[in-house]
Design a protein around this ligand. Structure first.
Ligand SMILES: *[C@@H]1O[C@H](CO)[C@@H](O)[C@H](O)[C@H]1NC(C)=O
Ligand SMILES: *[C@@H]1O[C@H](CO)[C@@H](O)[C@H](O)[C@H]1NC(C)=O
Length: 457
C-alpha cells in the first residue's frame, strides 16, 4: 500500500489555492485547482475514451436469437449496418446535426420511389447510387424507430418495476420493523452526531467532523453552518483540503485509491437489510426480481447522497483533473462460492464501467475468501496479451475509488459471501460533453483528426 504523501504531488500549491477560495462554496468553483495540484498520475488522460463497458471477449459463434435476428437484418452488401455498428448510427446522426434539411435531400426520391412501387413502374431511370441512398435512409429510419421504441419500452418497464417494488416496502417493513430506520429520513437526516455514532468509519469521523465548542453539536469541519439536508441535497457544496485527503486516502495500486467510509457495524446492518429484501422479494413470484439492489430506487437515498456529496464529488475534483461529476447511480452486488438469489455471482469477468469515477465499497461479510479485485490497463489501451493485473484485497468498510475506464475483475469467491456497494458517477456537463462518442467507439488515437467533423478536434 502506498500512502499518497509519498507520491510527490504538489501539495503546497493546492493548499494555497484552497486557502484563497475558502473551504465551502455555493457554486461551482471551476478554478479551484489547476493542472499541477494533487492528483492521479496522468489525471488528464484518465477520464473518457475507449469503448464503454468494454469486456475482454471470447469470440464464440453461438449468439442469442435477438442477435441473430439483428445480424440478418443488418446483413447488407453495401456495409451500412447501423443496427450492429453504433459508429454507423453515429455518423448518420451527425449528418442530421450538420446539414440543414438532411432528410429533405431524399424526400423527393423516396416519394418517387414509393410512387413507382405503387404503379409497378420499372426502376431503370434511377441510378444505383440513388437506390443505395434511399435504402440507407430507410434503414436508418427503421433503426431510429426501433431504438426509440426499445427505449420507451424499457423506460416504462423500469418505471413499473420501481412502482411495484416501492408498493411492497410497507409489507416488508411490517415483517421486518427493525429496518424501518433506513427509510426514516429524520433519523439520519438532521444530526451529524447520529452519522458519527452509527454509520461512519472512525477515521472519517476524526478527519471530517468536529464538536462545536458552544453548542456541543457535531458538525462538518467545512461548511459548519450548513444543515445536513443542505449538504445532502447539494445546496451547499463540500470541499476538502488536500492535507486532509492525504490523511484519508491510500493509493493501493496505480490510480486506485482506498478510503475508509463505513463502520463495521453499519456494513453488517446493510448486509442484513439487503439479504432480507432479497429474500422478501424472492417469495413473490409475480414480480420481476431486481438484478441488483439499488437502495435509492427502493427509497433510501441519504446514503448515496452522502457518498456523492461528501466524498466522491470533492475527492474527484482533486484526484481526476478537476472533474465536476453531476450524476450517480448505486447498486449492491452479492458474490458467493455457491451463487444463490441473495448473492447471484461467484466472480466477475474483466470489464470497464460506464462511469467516469467508480466507488467500490466492500460491505463484507466477515471471513470471505477470494473475491479479490484485479485491476488491469485502461479501456482503449489494452494489449492483446493476458491482462496485466494489480490485486487488491477488499476491506470491510473501505471503498476503492478508480476511473470507470480502468479494466477490472473480481476473482472467484472460495468461501463466505461478499457484498459490494457500487456507485457509478458520470459527468455529462464535463467529460461526456467534450468527447466524441464516435471516436470512443472506434478507438481512434488522440492525434488523428476526428472523422465526425472539426467540432471534435
Ligand atoms: C457553533 O454553532 C453556532 C450555532 O450554530 C455557530 O454560530 C458557530 O459558528 C459554531 N462555531 C463554530 C466554531 O463553528
Ligand atoms: C485542512 O483541513 C484541516 C481540517 O479541517 C485543517 O486542520 C487544516 O488547517 C486545513 N489546512 C489548510 C491549509 O487549510
Amino acid at each position: 500500500m502506498r500512502n499518497i504523501n509519498n507520491v510527490g504531488w504538489g501539495l503546497v500549491i493546492l493548499v494555497i489555492q484552497v486557502a484563497t477560495i475558502g473551504l465551502c462554496s455555493w457554486k461551482i468553483q471551476a478554478e479551484s485547482s489547476s493542472s499541477d495540484v494533487m492528483k492521479a498520475s496522468n489525471a488528464a488522460t484518465l477520464l473518457g475514451g475507449g469503448e464503454i463497458n468494454e469486456k475482454l471477449r471470447t469470440f464464440q459463434t453461438a449468439i442469442n436469437d435477438a442477435d441473430k435476428e439483428k445480424a440478418s437484418l443488418a446483413d447488407e452488401p453495401n456495409g451500412f449496418q447501423p443496427r450492429i455498428h453504433k459508429a454507423h448510427l453515429w455518423h448518420a446522426l451527425e449528418g442530421l446535426d450538420r446539414y440543414p434539411n438532411y432528410f429533405d435531400r431524399w424526400k423527393s426520391r423516396i416519394k418517387s420511389r414509393e410512387q413507382s412501387e405503387d404503379h409497378s413502374v420499372s426502376h431503370n431511370k434511377d441510378s444505383d447510387d440513388e437506390e443505395k441512398e434511399i435504402d440507407d435512409l430507410l434503414k436508418l429510419e427503421h433503426v431510429l424507430r426501433d431504438t426509440a421504441d426499445a427505449v420507451r419500452r424499457e423506460r416504462k418497464r423500469i418505471a413499473q418495476q420501481r412502482t411495484t417494488w416501492m408498493q411492497k416496502i410497507p409489507n416488508f417493513l411490517q415483517e421486518h420493523p427493525q429496518f424501518r430506520k433506513f427509510w426514516d429520513a429524520a433519523l439520519y437526516g438532521e444530526d451529524w452526531g447520529k452519522w458519527c455514532n452509527g454509520i461512519l468509519h472512525p477515521k472519517v469521523q476524526e478527519l471530517f467532523f468536529t464538536t462545536n465548542t458552544t453548542t456541543g453539536a457535531i458538525q462538518l469541519k467545512t461548511c459548519s453552518d450548513a444543515t445536513v439536508a443542505q449538504v445532502l441535497s447539494g445546496a451547499v457544496r463540500v470541499e476538502w483540503n488536500v492535507s486532509l485527503l492525504t490523511e484519508l486516502l491510500d493509493e493501493e495500486c496505480s490510480d486506485v485509491y482506498s478510503i475508509p467510509i463505513l463502520s463495521d457495524a453499519f456494513c453488517h446492518e446493510l448486509i442484513q437489510l439487503v439479504r432480507s429484501l432479497r429474500l422478501f422479494f424472492a417469495q413473490d413470484t409475480t414480480i420481476e426480481q431486481p438484478r441488483f439492489f439499488s437502495l435509492s430506487q427502493l427509497g433510501i437515498t441519504w446514503l448515496d447522497d452522502f457518498l456523492f456529496r461528501v466524498l466522491l464529488y470533492p475527492i474527484s475534483i482533486h484526484l481526476f483533473d478537476n472533474i465536476h461529476l453531476d450524476s450517480y447511480h448505486s447498486f449492491v452486488a452479492g458474490y458467493a462460492a455457491q451463487p444463490n438469489c441473495v448473492t447471484p455471482r461467484q466472480f466477475l469477468v474483466p470489464h470497464t464501467d460506464d462511469s467516469e469515477v467508480t466507488l467500490n465499497l466492500c460491505l463484507g461479510e466477515k471471513d470471505f475468501e477470494g473475491g479479490l479485485l484485479e485491476f488491469g490497463p485502461m479501456r482503449g489501451e489494452r494489449t492483446k496479451t493476458k491482462l496485466q493485473t494489480d490485486t487488491v484485497q477488499p476491506r470491510i468498510g473501505y471503498g476503492l475509488l478508480h476511473v470507470g475506464r480502468l479494466m477490472h475483475q473480481v476473482t472467484p469467491i472460495t468461501s463466505g459471501d461478499r457484498f459490494a456497494y457500487i456507485v457509478w458517477t458520470r459527468s455529462w456537463t464535463d467529460t461526456r460533453a467534450k468527447q466524441c462518442p464516435c471516436c470512443w467507439l472506434n478507438h481512434r488515437k488522440e492525434t488523428a483528426t476526428c472523422i465526425c467533423g472539426p467540432q471534435w478536434n
